[in-house]
Design a protein around this ligand. Structure first.
Ligand SMILES: NC(=O)c1ccc[n+]([C@@H]2O[C@H](COP(=O)([O-])OP(=O)(O)OC[C@H]3O[C@@H](n4cnc5c(N)ncnc54)[C@H](OP(=O)(O)O)[C@@H]3O)[C@@H](O)[C@H]2O)c1
Length: 224
């Protein structure tokens, strides 16, 4: 891909703003998609060449996404269920918008326990406890692990997409140190990843055809 135009969904968040900055630094055109209330968090990019914002009250409706994906080559999306934003609704609407705009390359974020495992992947005891104990307790929070897991199933079912789900451990606002891929069963509670490294990893993945139709796990390159 020569010059890339990417839609970033969840662009005003902690990882999203780093994705926008790194994409612009790489010379990509960026369509930043975020909630109306978050637009001001993208002010620093407002005058950058090749930068546009599309906002809506909730970013999971097909009309918003259809508009955002116009002319795009690829999408990086936060796979997140938080209050009114449902990851399942986001993926369903993206299916329509991506098909209408002939966008095939989509990279999604995920946590250790919020993505369908690839064949042969095994969870550790800690991870098994996490995926069985935490989801029912999440009604106390604005998030839903079970909706995120369902959304990853939906991604796996999109036969037209060259998708990647990039699972990360706890994210931190620390300086970048590089990233590496590992088995899901190698991840411990001590692992973490700088959001800057995560953003670089998600963008590197956009142009890596070996990542198509894969669910990968990324951690910091430096020993924990
Ligand atoms: N945080 C972690 O430790 C962690 C660990 C592993 C994986 N991940 C993955 O990485 C992604 C990014 O993580 P992050 O910590 O950098 O996320 P974040 O910036 O806190 O939030 C991500 C996006 O979620 C939206 N959002 C947050 N609260 C919302 C609410 N109440 N209602 C509707 N939308 C809301 C925001 O959308 P707007 O842009 O519209 O404001 C934001 O861009 C996560 O979505 C997750 O898939 C995170």
């Amino acid at each position: 891909m020569g010059s890339m135009k990417a839609a970033i969904i969840g662009a005003a968040g902690k990882t999203g703003t780093r994705l926008v900055r790194e994409s612009l630094a790489r010379g990509y055109e960026v369509v930043a998609v975020c909630r109306d209330e978050s637009v001001r968090k993208l002010d620093e990019f407002a005058t950058s060449d090749g930068f546009t914002v599309i906002s809506a009250p909730v970013v999971s409706d097909e009309e918003t996404l259809n508009q955002a994906l116009t002319g795009c080559d690829a999408v990086v999306a936060m796979l997140i269920t938080a209050r009114r934003l449902k990851a399942t609704e986001l993926v369903t609407s993206l299916a329509g918008a991506a098909s209408a705009n002939e966008v095939k390359r989509l990279v999604f974020t995920a946590g250790e326990g919020t993505a369908v495992r690839e064949e042969g992947e095994v969870y550790t005891l800690r991870q098994r406890i996490m995926v069985s104990v935490i989801p029912p307790l999440m009604w106390l929070t604005p998030y839903s692990m079970s909706d995120m897991l369902k959304s990853s199933k939906l991604v796996n079912q999109q036969s037209d997409w060259e998708w990647t789900i990039m699972r990360a451990p706890t994210l931190r606002d620390t300086p970048p140190t590089g990233y590496r891929f590992c088995k899901i069963s190698e991840v411990t509670s001590k692992h973490a990843l700088s959001r800057e490294d995560y953003a670089a990893c998600l963008l590197d993945s956009l142009t890596n055809s070996e990542h198509h139709r894969r669910t990968l796990t990324v951690v910091s390159a430096t020993p924990e």
